[in-house]
Design a protein around this ligand. Structure first.
Ligand SMILES: *Cc1c(COP(=O)(O)O)cnc(C)c1O
Length: 481
């Protein structure tokens, strides 16, 4: 593609994105296509000869776009947000233009040095001790896997890296502890890192769905007595179901007492800790060995960008470093080579978008946007509390509300739980099919819950009001009156 053609279509594409972000509200949030519908419209074999950009962009518009669920939509309330922003998109474009691979310092010194810098800026924003060193990973799942691998290697004296689990087998299995509400990436990490999913010990939670430290201590002790090797505790700050908060300080003290690695998964909630009034959610973080949070969830940096901090970079690099001849450089001793800080060798230049976002909004600008989401969540929570048809199913410390339609409240007669589940599934399906809003569900204890998570860049009060109106005005709710 020559420069002139690139320029022409580049302008067209930038215009397209600008219009899209301006008009995204008019699309159905959840893509209405049926399984196979996108694929059926596309040829089953690759084009033997090149096609025009007009044809490619035309199919993007006509075939791909209808199959898109609009994460940038201001009425996207599903899962957790993966929010986005102009400065982030522009930096991604520049990063794609540069096309560099940030595997070594030498393969783009600016990419490595900027990554060190922005991770230190984030460290300051979260008020983490200066002993935490940061690296950008693709996702929280990868960061948690890295933490598990570090825990495994520190405990085995790097013997499992060297000789495999069989060399360690006489010592008894390694155990990992996380609450019942922890994210599935912990279990996945145990599988991949060779611990075995059966060595994940699920710790009880309290009535607010945070980890019960007493139960943690009891389980570690029992495991010790039975010849298991306690290796790692993962605490969650902001669980995926309900943003429940595990108490870091008591968990960290137990971890220290038993010499186990303490990893903190704050994938969503870490962003909130840049607010002085919410920093308490990380109280005790100085006891952690590692921490992950996702700027790609709730810090206006488009997917993917996950911030991983580790207090023992020497353990991290001892776990991951490799040095074949062809990767050696003369300045290896003076610089950081991020290939040794994680799983991948090749690495995208993700620091650029984080740098653009942090500079464009500034810390205060980011704080203001998060405060607005938090205030909207409190307001929605109050509507639920005041409603005669809906009930709250968990506390709302952050941006996510767990609740359900409970038509029995009017008559003072609770419906049986199977009936409630059927009704709430019908309600969720109805509002999502309308294309006006998109929400997802979870289960807390035995309860099927609807879940509304507020965090998209363009979400304003009117959109949250519209979500509440969609629920109240639904057939499912109206037919019970
Ligand atoms: C979203 C989430 C994850 C997984 O994040 P990815 O970056 O998609 O891997 C892990 N833990 C928690 C608590 C999450 O909310």
């Amino acid at each position: 593609m020559d420069a002139e053609t690139f320029r022409r279509f580049g302008h067209e594409v930038v215009d397209w994105v600008a219009n899209y972000l301006q008009e995204v509200e008019h699309y159905p949030v959840l893509s209405p296509v049926s399984p196979g519908e996108v694929r059926e419209q596309l040829p089953s074999s690759p084009p033997p000869v090149g096609e025009t950009m007009e044809a490619i962009l035309g199919d993007f518009q006509d075939i791909i776009l209808p199959g898109i669920t609009h994460w940038n939509h201001p009425r996207f309330f599903a899962y957790f947000p993966a929010n986005n922003s102009g400065p982030s998109i522009l930096a991604e474009l520049l990063s794609a233009g540069l096309g560099v691979n940030a595997m070594l310092w030498q393969t783009s010194p600016a990419a490595t040095e900027l990554e060190e810098l922005v991770m230190d800026w984030l460290r300051q924003m979260l008020n983490l001790p200066s002993s935490f060193r940061g690296v950008i990973q693709d996702t929280a799942s990868t960061a948690t896997l890295c933490a598990l691998l570090c825990a495994r290697e520190r405990l085995s004296g790097f013997q499992i890296n060297a000789h495999g689990f069989s060399a360690w087998s006489e010592q008894g299995p390694l155990r990992v502890y996380a609450s019942r509400e922890a994210h599935s990436s912990v279990e996945k990490g145990l599988k991949i890192a060779g611990f075995g999913a059966g060595n994940l010990v699920l710790v009880s939670v309290d009535e607010n769905y945070g980890m019960d430290p007493q139960d943690l201590e009891k389980r570690i002790q029992e495991d010790r007595e039975q010849g298991f090797n306690p290796c790692c505790v993962t605490a969650t700050v902001g669980t995926t179901s309900s943003t429940a908060l595990d108490p870091l300080r008591p968990i960290g003290e137990i971890a220290q007492r038993h010499g186990v690695w303490f990893h903190v998964d704050a994938a969503l909630a870490g962003s909130a800790a840049i607010l002085p009034e919410k920093r308490w959610i990380l109280d005790g973080i100085e006891l952690a060995d590692s921490l992950v949070f996702n700027p790609h969830k709730w810090l206006f940096t488009n997917f993917d960008c996950s911030a991983f901090f580790c207090r023992h970079p020497e353990v991290l690099t001892a776990t991951f470093s490799i040095l074949p001849e062809y990767l050696k450089t003369d300045i290896d001793r003076q610089v950081t080579n991020f290939r040794d800080w994680g799983i991948q060798l090749g690495r995208r230049f993700r620091a650029l978008k984080l740098w653009f976002v942090l500079r464009y909004y500034g810390v205060e600008g980011l704080q203001e946007m998060l405060r607005e989401h938090l205030a909207l969540a409190q307001e929605f929570k109050e509507w639920i509390e005041e409603s005669r048809d809906f009930e709250l199913l968990a506390p709302v410390p952050l941006n996510t509300i767990c609740f359900r339609f409970q038509p029995g409240m009017r008559s003072g007669q609770d419906l049986p739980s199977e009936e409630l589940e059927r009704l709430n599934k019908a309600l969720l399906d109805e509002v999502n099919r309308s294309g006006r809003i998109y929400m997802t569900h979870t289960r807390l204890g035995d309860n099927f819950c609807l879940r509304l998570s507020i965090g998209q860049t363009q979400t304003r009060r009117e959109h949250v009001v519209q979500a509440w109106e969609s629920l109240q005005g639904s057939q499912t709710v109206q037919s019970m009156h």
